[in-house]
Write a protein that binds this ligand. Structure first.
Ligand code: WTA
Length: 656
C-alpha cells in the first residue's frame, strides 16, 4: 500500500490522556476553539495582547498590524526590543542558576551552562564582534557545528543587531560562498572542525575554499572556534582570528542594541523552484513571538521540562526551537553534537534516559532509520521522563507514527506532527497536545490565530476530501518579510497574481478530512524533501551540468523508505560511456561532484545515463515521465507528443 493510500484510509484517533489534558496550557477542545474564535473576531487585538504579555519591550508598540503595503506586512512596528535580551537578561533575576543548555558532544562528554554563564559568554562574544567593527544591520555568516558556541554566535549577533545567516555545516564550499556573497557578509564564524559520528568535518578548510572561490569582497574577518586539538591547514593572519583570542579579556556585560520590531533578526537560505537559493528574511519581534507562543502552545512548555529538539541550527527548526524559542521561555534544553546512529542506534534513547528528557522533537526520517536499525531498542532504556513527542520536516507515515507513539511514547505521550516552513518561522498546523485528538499521519488543526485553507487554481476554497493548494489567508507575526535583496521574487513566489496577491502560497498540496483535519500531500513545485531537507531539483541540475562530462541533466525525486524522497538524476553525457564499468565509474564521480558542489545531502541516490532526455516537440523535458521512470512504474501516459519515444526504454534500464 502506498503512503498516500494508507493515509487516506487512516481512521485511528488518539485522545490526550486525562493527566496530560489537566495540566496543559490549552486544555480541551473548548479552550482551543475559544482561542481560535478570539483570533477570528479581534485579529489585531489577539496578537497584540500576546505580544505585550510574552515579549519584554524596551518601548511598547502602539500599532499591531500594518497592512498598508501588502504583501510587505509589518507587526508591532513602532515597538523597540532586543531578542537576546528576551532570551537571556530577563531571566537573570529568577533563573540565573538554572541550566540553560546541556550539551552532549559526539564522544558523549557533557557540558552544562546556566543562564548566567550563557549570558556572560554571549556578552563577551558580542563585545568581541563589536571589536571587529560589526555593527547593527551587518551580515554575519555562521558556519558552525552543533555546539553551545553556535548558539552564542547567533545570540551575540542578535544582541548587537547584526543579521546572522547560518549555513548548515554539511553544505559545500560553493554553497557557502554563494551565501556569503548574496548576504554581503563581512564576517564568517566557523570552527576548525566539527565532530559527527566519530569523524571530523573540516569546517575551516571548507571556509578557506569558499573564500578562495572568489567574490566574497565584503568579507573582512573569519572567527574560528577551536573545537578539536587540531590546528588549521591554512591561516591568514590578517583575516582569521581564534574565538578564544577574540573573547579574551572582553567585558562580561554588553548593553543590547535596541532595535525596531521589524529590523531583520536573520536571513536563512532555503531552496525554491529556481537554481538560486532564497534568503528568507525574518523580523525581530514577530518571529520571537511565534517561537514563544508555540513553545507554550504546541510544546505545552512547563518550567521543569527538559526540552530536546534534535535539529541542527543550520535549519529553521534549529533557529526556532534551539536558539530562540527554548531560551526565550527560560527552558533547560539538550543540544547534541552528533548523529543518532553513533556509537549505535540507541543513542537518542540513551540520551533521553540520561538527561531525563520530557519533550522530544525530531524528524520522521530519523524515526524511520531508527526503526530499521532496532525497532525494539527503545525498550532497553528508561524513557519514562517523556511526556510529549514531536515531528517536523516531512509527512510522517502512519506506521512510523504508531511506532513512535507506542514504542517510544508508550501510548502516554501525545505526538505533535508540526507542519511549518522556513518561511513561516514557527508552527502553523499542529495539534495543541492537551486539546486536539491526533490521527497518525495528519498534522491536524491550525495553531490558534493561523488562518489556513486549501484552494484550487483560482483561489477558491476546496471541499473536504479533495486535494488543493495549501494557503494562509492572513498575515501572521512570524512570517517571512521578504527575500533578501529580491522583494519582487518574494511577491511572485508567495503571493502570486493568480490569487490576487491575497493568499500566502505555501508550496504544498494538502487535503482536509471530514473533521477539518489537514493532511499534507507534498510539494507542488520542483522542490524535493530528502530526509526532511529541502532541495531544489534545479540546484542539483545546475551542479551536474557544471561538470565537464555532462551535456544535460534532469533531476526528480522517488519515494524512499527512510529518506522520504531520494534524488534520481537523468544525465546525458557529452560522450557516451563505452562499457558498464565506465558508466558506473562516471556515476560515482558525478555523485562526488554533486556532494562537492552542494553538499552530501544532495548526492543522487541513482544516476541514469541516456543519449537524450524525453522531450516534447517544443523541447520541454517531460518531468512527469521521468518521475514515473524513477519510481519504476510502467509508462501509461500518452507519449505521442514525445519527440523521441525510444529514449524511455533506454532510461528505464540504465540504472547506476
Ligand atoms: C515539509 C521545515 C508534512 C513541507 C520546518 C514544507 C512537512 C517543507 C511537515 C518546509 C509536516 C514540513 N508534514 N510536510 N509536519 N513539516 N514539511 O522550510 O513540504 O525546511 O513546505 O521547514 O517541509 O521545509 P523547511
Amino acid at each position: 500500500m502506498s503512503t498516500i493510500d494508507s493515509i487516506l484510509r487512516e481512521t485511528r484517533v488518539f485522545e490526550p490522556t486525562d493527566e496530560f489534558k489537566r495540566k496543559a496550557t490549552i486544555s480541551g477542545m473548548e479552550a482551543y476553539n475559544q482561542l481560535c474564535d478570539q483570533a477570528n473576531e479581534h485579529y489585531a487585538g489577539f496578537w497584540g495582547e500576546l505580544a505585550r504579555e510574552r515579549i519584554t519591550w524596551k518601548k511598547m508598540f502602539t500599532r499591531v498590524l500594518d497592512e498598508s503595503t501588502p504583501p510587505f506586512f509589518k507587526w508591532f512596528d513602532d515597538g523597540v526590543l532586543n531578542v537576546s535580551y528576551n532570551c537571556l537578561d530577563r531571566h537573570l533575576a529568577q533563573l540565573a542558576n538554572k541550566i540553560a543548555i546541556i550539551f552532549e558532544a559526539d564522544d558523549g562528554q557533557v557540558t552544562r551552562v546556566t543562564y548566567a554563564e550563557l549570558y556572560r559568554r554571549v556578552c563577551q562574544f558580542a563585545n568581541g564582534l563589536k571589536s571587529l567593527d560589526v555593527k547593527k544591520g551587518d551580515r554575519v555568516v555562521v558556519y558552525m557545528p552543533m555546539s553551545i558556541e553556535a548558539v552564542i554566535a547567533m545570540q551575540a549577533c542578535a544582541r548587537i543587531g547584526a543579521i546572522h545567516s547560518v549555513v548548515f555545516g554539511g553544505f559545500s564550499a560553493k554553497s557557502l560562498q554563494e551565501r556569503i556573497i548574496d548576504a554581503g557578509a563581512s564576517v564568517v564564524i566557523t570552527a576548525n572542525e566539527g565532530m559527527r559520528g566519530g569523524k571530523a568535518v573540516p569546517l575551516k578548510a571548507v571556509t578557506d575554499e569558499a573564500i578562495g572561490l572568489g567574490g566574497c569582497d565584503g568579507l573582512r574577518k573569519v572567527v574560528v572556534y577551536q573545537r578539536t586539538n587540531h590546528g588549521c591547514a591554512q591561516w591568514n593572519d590578517e583575516r582569521d582570528i581564534w574565538w578564544h583570542k577574540l573573547t579574551e579579556g572582553q567585558p562580561e556585560t554588553c548593553e543590547p542594541e535596541w532595535v525596531n520590531a521589524e529590523d531583520p533578526l536573520f536571513i536563512l537560505y532555503t531552496s525554491g523552484s529556481t537554481g538560486k537559493p532564497k534568503g528568507i528574511q525574518h523580523s525581530s519581534a514577530g518571529y520571537l513571538l511565534g517561537t514563544i507562543n508555540t513553545m507554550y502552545w504546541s510544546f505545552d512548555y512547563k518550567p521543569n521540562d527538559i526540552f530536546w529538539c534534535t535539529a541542527d541550527v543550520g535549519w529553521i527548526t534549529g533557529h526556532s526551537y534551539v536558539t530562540y524559542g527554548p531560551l526565550a521561555v527560560g527552558a533547560t534544553q539538550v543540544i547534541f553534537e552528533g548523529v543518532p546512529t553513533y556509537p549505535d542506534a540507541g543513542r537518542f534513547w540513551q540520551m533521553i534516559e540520561t538527561h531525563k528528557v520530557t519533550t522530544f522533537y525530531t524528524a520522521p526520517t530519523a524515526i524511520r532509520s531508527l526503526i530499521k536499525l532496532g525497532a525494539d531498542l527503545p525498550n532497553q532504556y528508561d524513557l519514562s521522563s517523556l511526556r510529549l513527542l514531536g515531528t517536523v520536516g516531512e509527512p510522517i507515515n502512519p506506521e512510523a507514527w504508531m511506532w513512535y507513539y507506542e514504542v517510544v511514547g508508550k501510548r502516554r505521550c501525545p505526538i505533535i506532527d508540526t507542519w511549518w516552513q522556513t518561511e513561516t518561522g514557527s508552527h502553523m498546523i499542529t495539534p495543541m497536545p492537551g486539546a486536539v485528538p491526533t490521527k497518525p499521519g495528519s498534522c491536524t488543526l491550525p495553531v490558534p490565530g493561523i488562518a489556513v485553507d486549501i484552494v484550487d487554481e483560482s483561489g477558491a476554497p476546496i471541499e473536504p476530501g479533495k486535494g488543493g493548494f495549501l494557503v494562509i489567508k492572513r498575515p501572521w507575526p512570524s512570517m517571512v518579510r521578504t527575500i533578501w535583496g529580491d522583494p519582487e521574487r518574494f511577491k511572485k513566489t508567495y503571493f502570486p497574481e493568480e490569487f490576487n496577491g491575497q493568499l500566502y502560497l505555501a508550496g504544498d498540496s494538502a487535503h482536509r478530512d471530514e473533521n477539518g483535519y489537514f493532511w499534507i500531500m507534498g510539494r507542488i513545485d520542483d522542490v524535493l524533501n530528502v530526509s526532511g531537507h529541502r532541495l531544489g531539483t534545479m540546484e542539483i541540475e545546475s551542479a551536474l551540468v557544471a561538470n565537464p562530462l555532462v551535456a544535460e541533466a534532469a533531476v526528480v525525486g522517488k519515494p524512499h523508505e527512510v529518506k522520504g524522497e531520494a534524488v534520481v538524476a537523468f544525465v546525458v553525457l557529452k560522450k557516451s560511456p563505452e562499457s558498464r564499468d565506465e558508466a558506473q565509474q562516471i556515476a560515482k564521480n558525478l555523485r562526488e561532484w554533486v556532494s562537492h558542489e552542494i553538499g552530501a545531502l544532495a548526492r543522487p541516490e541513482e544516476i541514469r545515463f541516456g543519449d537524450n532526455l524525453p522531450k516534447t516537440r517544443s523541447g520541454k523535458i517531460m518531468r512527469r515521465l521521468l518521475r514515473s521512470l524513477a519510481k519504476g512504474e510502467q509508462i501509461t501516459q500518452d507519449v505521442s507528443t514525445l519527440e523521441n519515444p525510444g529514449i524511455l526504454q533506454q532510461l528505464q534500464e540504465a540504472v547506476n
